[in-house]
Write a protein that binds this ligand. Structure first.
Ligand code: 0L1
Ligand code: MG
Length: 265
């Protein structure tokens, strides 16, 4: 992966993204100031951000694959998936009221979450390796929030912004992956009782485990691996749906139950 930013620029952009994430204020996409910025630079900023949060006592609980479905790629105008990290501070309980305070333009996605029972590392990690290392899967809603003004962004900026990670909620009925046909698993998302989107989990790179394998291989490129006990969001199955205070969202997963949340001020 080619880098163009020096260490000083990486820190500068990390501080800018951190400010936007913690204060909930939108910023211009990073490539406006650094047009030569590469995806590898985006990951350098994301890595600096992760170290900064962990140094402050946030705990790394897992990772997210993003932009993994055709619907999401078309919605966002990109053609490569991305990854981001998840911390304990981003987790919210199922059935809870979720405050949009500090979020800029929140949107929700339904995803299959994997919980690993064995370490996984790249390169060459496959969907079969992921399934063999998975303890169980569960349904999840990811609440994403891009920090870039007017949704004007590119993959380099999104990667630096930790793949728009904001909050996540797991729930439903955890199941052993081996007992399910994960690719054909159907998902319906409702907002305020109205069906918004539906799809099968195969929309995520053909199989959600393939998205987790892709994530493990990107982690290898970053000099990281996925330890046992990690939670991995395998990517939005449909496009993302915008939410505001008062909205009630339910994601219904075939065989895995449902996850519901309500948004408040
Ligand atoms: O979870 C994801 O698919 C990441 C999406 C990044 C772009 C966005 O903000 O929608
Ligand atoms: Mg997502």
């Amino acid at each position: 992966m080619t880098r163009s930013l020096n260490a000083e620029a990486v820190i500068r952009l990390c501080e800018r993204v951190e400010g936007a994430q913690t204060r909930g204020n939108a910023i211009p996409r990073l490539t406006e100031e650094y047009p030569g910025m590469t995806i590898a630079d985006g990951y350098a900023v994301q890595t600096a951000l992760r170290h900064r949060y962990l140094a402050r006592g946030h705990r790394l609980v897992g990772w997210k694959a993003g932009l993994t479905s055709k619907a999401k790629m078309i919605q966002m105008g990109v053609d490569v998936p991305s990854i981001g990290f998840l911390t304990d501070r981003m987790a919210r309980p199922e059935g809870s009221d979720i405050s949009v305070k500090g979020l800029i333009h929140p949107r929700v996605e339904c995803e299959v979450a994997f919980v690993t029972g064995r370490d996984l590392s790249g390169p060459g990690c496959t969907a079969a390796d992921v399934l063999a290392a998975t303890d169980f899967v569960l349904p999840a809603i990811e609440i994403i929030d891009s920090r870039f003004s007017g949704f004007k962004f590119d993959l380099e900026s999104v990667v630096a912004d930790n793949g728009s990670a904001a909050l996540f909620v797991g729930g439903g009925r955890p199941r052993r992956a081996a007992d399910l046909d994960l690719a054909s698993l159907g998902v319906v998302m409702e907002k305020n009782g109205e069906m918004m989107v539906f799809a099968a989990a195969a929309a995520v790179l053909g199989h959600p485990a393939a998205a987790v394998a892709m994530l493990v291989n990107i982690l290898h490129d970053l000099g990281e691996s996925l330890p046992a006990g990690s939670l991995v969001l395998s990517g939005g199955i449909t496009e993302a749906i915008p939410v505001k205070p008062g909205d009630h969202v339910t994601a219904r997963f075939q065989a895995l139950g449902s996850v519901s949340i309500r948004f408040v001020e």
